[in-house]
Write a protein that binds this ligand. Sequence first.
Ligand code: FES
Ligand code: FES
Length: 186
Amino acid sequence: MTGAADLISVRVDVNGTIYERRVEARMLLSDFLRHELGLTGTHVGCEHGVCGVCTVLLEGDAVRSCLLFAAQVDGHRLRTVEGLALPERVDVPHPGRVDVPRPEAVDNLHPLQEAFRAHHGLQCGFCTPGILMTLIPFLEEHPDATEREIREALSGNLCRCTGYQNIIAAALAYLEDPAATGLREQ
Ligand code: FES
Ligand code: FES
């Protein structure tokens, strides 16, 4: 049984918000994000580094949150799928959009998320957060990536629904869209 004295203090910046918690040393980062911070956009599948659904950005690099302890990220900056929406896009008009009430986060989608929506890059969506968080740094570093290179970059992300074709199409469309390029961050 773990007593209060055995807990470890963790202070992290997640999507620009500072969180401080005291957690067990064995708590996985994926569980920390989901259960301590309520950021359930980071999914959990295999819990041993194979499926990629738990991928988040640690200081800008894609990492598997099921392979890290929360204590290891103390003092670091994380970004999860919840941090992809761009607040500055709130007032950007969407030509042709049916004007129905939507959650703000949907209106603020990151251009890569918009590309996934436009190209049907997801079905059940379970793999999607991990795929987005894998692609974001890769596409930033490889703006001229080929289809083959994108496929290789996603080789550690399992999707049981799409057959990957539309995911690749979305990634390529994102790279080709100058407007999206101008809106990218990180
Ligand atoms: S849950 Fe982390 S890689 Fe599968
Ligand atoms: S969209 Fe269902 S697992 Fe990828």
